[in-house]
Design a protein around this ligand. Structure first.
Ligand code: B12
Length: 214
């Protein structure tokens, strides 16, 4: 658990763009054996959600939001080696990508990192992957699961087209979709596709990863 005072200290540093102070807080949490999954959700995710609220209310600029995201991406790289320390390969493979037109990639990257730490081999493709390139990657890597991320509701139609293409070309491949777009609905559009699961929040997908199906 991350104390409110520690979170606040980190958040102030993040908003002011103080990368080294943010990194210092993360190092201290690592020294205290706070799990990487906790750091991801209770520090990185929580602070970016807050930045989003402040941006929506015009209380921080786009520049501040970009800076905070860039710092967070660097901190993900800082914590990544630790995630792999106790990794035991499970011989399962996943391709994780953002959907077409989807530029929010931090959540999908976190999903990829945590799956990797749980033993998966993961290929994380980042933002806005065109459907044909995604299909080629699936053909090449032959994953057990493909994960698609979507944060913006208006990207739901391209997501559905992507799922349709994946299902048409790889009839048995498990598909998981997640991300904040589902806060505004959309799960019913995914339901008709067999073997496709919507996972709406991090607690749910961490639980799913630990279940027998995965
Ligand atoms: C950073 C940011 C950006 C950056 C992203 C850069 C990058 N490198 O990723 C940039 C500048 C590109 C951006 C652009 C836009 N953004 Co923006 N952005 C954000 C912000 C502040 C943080 C996003 C983030 O990283 N969150 C933290 C991650 C860890 O959380 P997460 O994505 O939810 O992921 C977790 C879970 O959802 C889940 N998950 C996610 N993906 C998957 C996939 C699978 C398979 C599974 C199982 C689970 C899963 O697990 C993750 C880990 O726990 C959010 C605020 C917010 N609430 O998140 C706004 C936010 C998402 N953006 C918003 C908007 C409106 C936009 C723009 C439309 C703005 C504009 N007018 O141009 C554009 C759209 C661009 C596009 N086409 O995608 C709105 C969306 C509102 C809505 N109703 O849809 C938000 C919520 C801000 C707000 N409060 O209004 N943005």
């Amino acid at each position: 658990m991350i104390e409110e005072a520690v979170y606040k200290q980190y958040f102030e540093a993040l908003v002011s763009g103080d990368r080294s102070r943010c990194a210092g807080t993360v190092s201290q949490l690592i020294d205290r054996n706070i799990t990487t999954e906790t750091i991801y959700t209770d520090l990185f995710q929580k602070s970016l959600y807050r930045i989003g609220e402040l941006w929506e209310q015009s209380r921080v600029s786009v520049a501040v939001e970009h800076l905070a995201t860039a710092i967070t991406e660097q901190l993900l790289s800082q914590t990544y080696p630790r995630l792999l320390a106790d990794r035991r390969p499970n011989n399962r493979r996943a391709v994780i990508s953002c959907s077409v037109n989807e530029y929010h990639q931090v959540g999908a990257r976190m999903v990829s990192d945590i799956m990797e730490s749980r033993g998966w081999d993961v290929w994380f493709l980042g933002a806005n992957t065109p459907v044909t390139d995604l299909l080629e990657m699936i053909q090449e890597k032959k994953p057990d699961v493909v994960g698609l991320s979507i944060s913006i509701y208006f990207n739901m139609a391209p997501l559905v087209r992507t799922i349709d293409a994946v299902r048409t070309n790889f009839s048995d491949l498990d598909i998981i979709v997640g991300g904040q777009a589902f806060r505004w609905g959309g799960a019913e559009l995914i339901k008709p596709f067999s073997g496709t699961h919507v996972i709406s929040n991090s607690a749910e997908w961490i639980k799913t990863l630990g279940s027998e199906a995965y």
